[in-house]
Structure formats: structure tokens, C-alpha cells
Design a protein around this ligand. Structure first.
Ligand SMILES: [Ca+2]
Length: 488
């Protein structure tokens, strides 16, 4: 049986709580074990027969990718005595001894070897493993392994401890004061806010990966230029590389990090960037007027709040997938938005807003909004994935609510309003995408998707390749959304 660290069954909450509250629970466990042993086991018989032996919950603890120099969450290995007699464990030792990065704690004592530990009948003991890997001087992960050796009644059992140590560049509450480029050599691990000062530009190279710790993010007062390529996306994600449940990585759980807040008036650019599982990905929701951002060929998915929230700003977004936000995928209040060949999809189970929301008011103050969605898909599980809130309730295109959708596929019940040109309205149960059930979802189009071949050809000419670089014009009938359906 392979047991992965922090791989729990969904109902294994006790174990999870124990992990997160280790000290308190360690004390509780010790007191419980001590009390139990006093009450029930004072005159218990011990067996020295090899056939009476311990059972271990796991034979492997796999830590996946571990950032070097960063202390890992404590893991627990449980050793049971399921026999009718008590047993004595001759030794528990970390094979690598003092030099090992794996450090053991048993019965509240730290040490790399423990001898003559009794386990009473139907009882168990916990072995806690802590680990901090040293830097290895490499850009790519280096496998580290050791083992735990447990001898009982002449039989030695082994638990493999393994992981891959990845060197990282740590950015802790750093402010970029002069122009700086983040490279793809080794990943960055961000603690706190990575701030780009007013007169500085932060550039990010293709293939760079930024891991953000919980409650960490980026604040841009100057300029961000994050430009990847079709085969070397820039990745921005949370820093947990382990699983929250069996086969459910933290990387698929939203709110792992904050996102990017833009306070600057400069033009910020993101191209071939994948952002996932934070709070608000692109946040221009503040009082700085006329902020500008250009988003091309990006994937923004699984954010707990907004993927893009912009107030009185100028947002251009093309060839991008904006998927599964906890509130809106795109929220615009005043200002300008131009979205071309985007797939905007909301299939998250728990959420509180439509895929797209557009307002021309800021609380009770009227503003002006101009938006154009061309050749886009706006879809999800709601009957209306479009919330259009004209402050004047005019239900007409006017200078204060200049909102047009052209050749878009939209899940929308309110089709009577005059904002739609050559649009197709899809029912929520229509099979638009390949997979909208399982993370990370697959937004390629199905063979009979209503989004096929419905895009405006002249607009498609301006973006001849789709998000992944495929020829959008190959079949002469471009599809709506970011991904052209190909026959391969
Ligand atoms: Ca097509």
C-alpha cells in the first residue's frame, strides 16, 4: 500500500485536524496513550514470536516536490499492534541517521534511533517526521530518499521516505524598485507581497514559474510585462505541491494565494500566462482611473473570487480561457472592455455569480461602460451567465451602456434585449465542451458543439491562431471561443 503524505480520504477529518494543530494534538495523544496504558495494560503479556508483529499504515511516504530550505508540514506514520499480546519494538531508526534531512519524533522525543518501545495489544504509536531539505544547487528537482527501519520480534520492516528537492529563489515581501526580469532557470517562491514600484518594470521570461504562499500575491504600481510563448507558458500558482485529498492536489483548490492587484496607470501585459487557484487573479478594482491591461493567450482558472475585476479601466483580452471563478469570471464596472475569441466558462460547483457581469455604475454613482465581446463563448451551469446592469434600465445600447456581443455563444435566458448580433443562445445542458465535470476541465469543443463554425470570419482573421497556436482558419469556418476544434 502506498500512502502519500496528506493524501486523505474525504472523511478523514480527524487526521487533517491533527496535522494542522500538531502540537496541541501531540500532547493530547501522549496524554491519551499514557492514560490508556495505565488503565488497561499494567499486567499485559508480551509476545516475542515473529508471527506476532506490528502493522504499519504505509510502506512509502512520498513528499512529491519539496522546496529546499523550506520546512515541510509534519507527516505522521502510525504503527499498530493488532495482536492479543503486547509487543516490544526493538528499534525504530532513520536509516540515514543524523545526516538525514528526515527528522523523527516518537513519544514527544526527537531522535534518529529509538529502542525498546512497547506497544500494548490493540494499541498504536505515532512516528512524526519533519523535514527541511538543504539546497542542492540544481535548477531541476533532485530526488531525495531515506527509510524508516522498524524491528520487532526479529523482523525488520521498512517505510520509504522520498521526495524531490527543488531549489527556489525566495522573494519575501520584496519590492522591485528598478527594472527586473524573472527567469525560467528555477522557480520563484513568493512570501507576502511582491510589489512592483511605480517607476519599475517587472518582466517575466517564458517558462518561468512563480509559486505563491498562502495570503501572498503581487501588487503592481509600475509595470508588469509577463510574456510567455505557446510552448513555454508562465505559471503562477499556489505553493502547495501535495494533495489535500487522495488525487485532489492543493493546486486544484481555489484561494491558495491572492492574485495580482494592479494600482498602476501604465499598460500591463500578460501573454501565455497560466494563473490558477487563487482569490482574485487580475484585480483592477480600485479608484485608479483608466488602468490598462492587455491579456493575450492566457488561462485563468479556479479563482475563488473574480478572475478579472476591473473598475473604470481599459481591459483587452483575446484568445484566453477564463474559467470557474467563485464569483464572476469577468466583472466590469464602467470603463472599457474588449474580449475577442475568449472562452469564459463557469462550472464551479460552489459560486455566487454569473460568468460575466457588466455594470455602468459604481455603487449608486452612474458611470459609462463600453464593451465588445466578439467570437466568444460565455457559458456555465446558470440559465443566464450574463448579468447586464444598465443603471438607467434602458435596455437599449446607449452611450452610457454601450455593450455589444457579436457572434458569441451565450448561456443566456434574457435574449430579448438588443445587445446581440449573430449570437447563439445555448441551454445550460447543451454539450458545448468536452469535460465540465472533473478538474481541470477540458474546454475543447465537442463534435456537435453549438460553438462550432459560428465565429465571424473577418474578426477571426485578426487572430489567425487559437490559444494553443492552432490554425483557426484551417477549416474556413472559425469556431467561437479560444480553442478551434481540429480533426487531429
Ligand atoms: Ca471550425
Amino acid at each position: 500500500m502506498i500512502y502519500k503524505k496528506l493524501n486523505h480520504k474525504r472523511n478523514d477529518w480527524a487526521f487533517l485536524i491533527m496535522k494542522t494543530n500538531m502540537k496541541k494534538n501531540l500532547a493530547f495523544i501522549l496524554v491519551s496513550l499514557f492514560t490508556l496504558s495505565l488503565v488497561s495494560c499494567m499486567d499485559e503479556k508480551f509476545s516475542s514470536s515473529p508471527s506476532d508483529n506490528i502493522s504499519i499504515q504505509t510502506d512509502t511516504v512520498d513528499y512529491n516536490t519539496i522546496f529546499t530550505t523550506i520546512k515541510q508540514p509534519t507527516s505522521v506514520i502510525k504503527i499498530y499492534n493488532r495482536n492479543k499480546t503486547a509487543l516490544t519494538i526493538s528499534y525504530i531508526k532513520v536509516a540515514g541517521g543524523e545526516a538525514s534531512p528526515f527528522k523523527m519524533t516518537v513519544n514527544g522525543q526527537k531522535g534518529q534511533t529509538f529502542s525498546n518501545i512497547d506497544i500494548f495489544s490493540k494499541d498504536s504509536i505515532y512516528v512524526f517526521i519533519d523535514m527541511t531539505l538543504p539546497e542542492n544547487g540544481k535548477n531541476t528537482p533532485v530526488v531525495v530518499s531515506d527509510s524508516l527501519l522498524i524491528m520487532c520480534n526479529g523482523i525488520e520492516k521498512k517505510v520509504i521516505l522520498t521526495g524531490s528537492g527543488q531549489d527556489v529563489t525566495i522573494l519575501k515581501n520584496d519590492t522591485v524598485e528598478t527594472n527586473l526580469t524573472l527567469t525560467a532557470d528555477k522557480p520563484y517562491l513568493v512570501f507576502g507581497d511582491l510589489v512592483v514600484a511605480e517607476n519599475a518594470t517587472l518582466s517575466i521570461d517564458p517558462g518561468a514559474t512563480l509559486y505563491f504562499h498562502n495570503n501572498s500575491g503581487m501588487k503592481v504600481h509600475g509595470t508588469l510585462s509577463a510574456k510567455g510563448t505557446a510552448d513555454k507558458f508562465i505559471v503562477m500558482r499556489g505553493d502547495r505541491t501535495d494533495d489535500i485529498f487522495t488525487n485532489v492536489p492543493y493546486d486544484s483548490v481555489s484561494n491558495q494565494w491572492n492574485g495580482i492587484e494592479f494600482i498602476s496607470k501604465n499598460t500591463n501585459e500578460l501573454e501565455f500566462v497560466e494563473m490558477r487557484s487563487g482569490r482574485h487573479a487580475i484585480d483592477l478594482w480600485n479608484d485608479t482611473l483608466n488602468q490598462k491591461i492587455v491579456i493575450n493567450n492566457c488561462v485563468i482558472r479556479n479563482f475563488g473570487g473574480y478572475s478579472i475585476a476591473a473598475k473604470n479601466s481599459d481591459v483587452k483580452i483575446a484568445n484566453s480561457i477564463i474559467a470557474n471563478s467563485g464569483i464572476n469570471a469577468i466583472r466590469i464596472s464602467g470603463g472599457k472592455l474588449k474580449a475577442t475569441h475568449c472562452t469564459i466558462a463557469s462550472y464551479a460547483r460552489k459560486r455566487s455569480g454569473s460568468a460575466v457581469r457588466i455594470d455602468n455604475s459604481d455603487e449608486d454613482v452612474a458611470t459609462t461602460v463600453t464593451s465588445a465581446f466578439d467570437n466568444c463563448i460565455i457559458a456555465g451551469t446558470y440559465s443566464s451567465e450574463l448579468a447586464l446592469n444598465d443603471f438607467y434600465k434602458a435596455n437599449v445600447v446607449n452611450e452610457n451602456f454601450n455593450v455589444i456581443f457579436k457572434n458569441c455563444l451565450i448561456c443566456n435566458a434574457n435574449t430579448g434585449v438588443p445587445y446581440f448580433i449573430s449570437c447563439v443562445f445555448a441551454k445550460t445542458n447543451s454539450k458545448i465542451f468536452t469535460d465540465t465535470e472533473r478538474y481541470p476541465y477540458d474546454f475543447t469543443l465537442t463534435d456537435d458543439s453549438p460553438a462550432l463554425n459560428m465565429a465571424d470570419a473577418d474578426i477571426a482573421q485578426t487572430l489567425p491562431n487559437d490559444i494553443y497556436g492552432q490554425d483557426r482558419l484551417a477549416d474556413g469556418q472559425p469556431d467561437a471561443g479560444a480553442i478551434e476544434k481540429t480533426t487531429e
